[in-house]
Design a binder for this molecule. Sequence first.
Ligand code: PLP
Length: 402
Amino acid sequence: MVLQASRLADVRYDIRGPVLRRARTLEAEGHEILKLNLGNPAPFGMVAPEAVLDHVAASIRASQGYSDARGIAPAREAVARYYQRTGVENVTPDDVFLGNGVSELIVMALQALLNPGDEVLVPSPDYPLWTGAVTLCGGRAVHYRCAGELDWNPDVEHVAAQVSDKTRAIVIINPNNPTGAVYSKDTLEGLLDVARRNDLLVLTDEIYDQILYDGATHYCAAALAPDLPVLTLGGMSKSYRLAGFRSGWLAVSGPREPIAEYLDGLELLANMRLCPNVPAQHAIPAALDGGIDISHLLRPGGRLRDQRDRGWQLLTEIPGVDCYKPAGALYLFPRLDPEVHKIVDDQRMVIDLLEQQHLLLSHGTGFNLPSADHLRVVFLASVEVLEDAIGRLAAFLADYKQ
Ligand code: PLP
């Protein structure tokens, strides 16, 4: 008998768990499932800029060896320039670690940091890899409240109240998955102040920093807090539609001395995995230095903008459903009014929806939301597909009871 490691016992990643397994079974039985559960642009025909792909193809022969453990120099230079343009002081190529997606870097950043029982402040709802990775690394995710009535901004007073003598770091996800919130400058300054007062490492996941609607402004946390050690994460998966390349970065800013030992640990972990996938790293300078503009997707008439608008309109027309209109990212996070839709177990609801309507969505508690009254809908699909999907959801909710 081979048992799994006990350190996995409390690691939860429900958005890819039982619901996905059920979807696979239905597909194996020959059913076609409409999947709006994953922020994966390519299957929806949202492909990468040609110039980026051409540069990667042209670099393939030069990509056969291991690279520097932190990644190839041209890509680290491009990331450093990207943050310098954004107003982050003192980021040099040596402060940039490339990884096989932001996902790998999230785990590395936490592995290098946490001792058993250490606490990390994580938003609720969150992109659940953050909570899962904290747990995997022996820490405890302490969730802070992001509130629908604050346009899903974090409730800074609640954040401050969660700090204990075991708190080591704060995670910020902005623009946010799953809510689509883009945090105000005030909110960010409030979060950074909590970090400042309590000596917390700031881990800020800004993978959607360019995917903004209606003139929303994204403030880069590191630019607002040059006095704090900040790790900023970003990558190629979303803005440049290259999720399959597994290509992301982590940029260190702020004073290095207080985190010098930590950075040695991060470097050790980077060395242990030898290097990230080399061909995919070549996409980074081509995208960041190449003047690639994604505004055609975001302005009125652009695919993402139109899909967001139509998805939001249709969801909010369903009786007993309301929804914040996302200012960024790729997700709608509708709320099912508990007076109308009495849901006790939202994972069960999503499985029932899958079985009855062959539509795959994600349930709110899968994002570490405490209440079972939200769903996440990915709006990468065309307007026609979204109309079909949300029609199915409306039909399902019309007579669904638990
Ligand atoms: N961070 C957030 C907030 C995400 O939504 C995602 C993917 O959906 C990731 C990180 C993972 O990114 P990557 O594809 O670079 O691993």
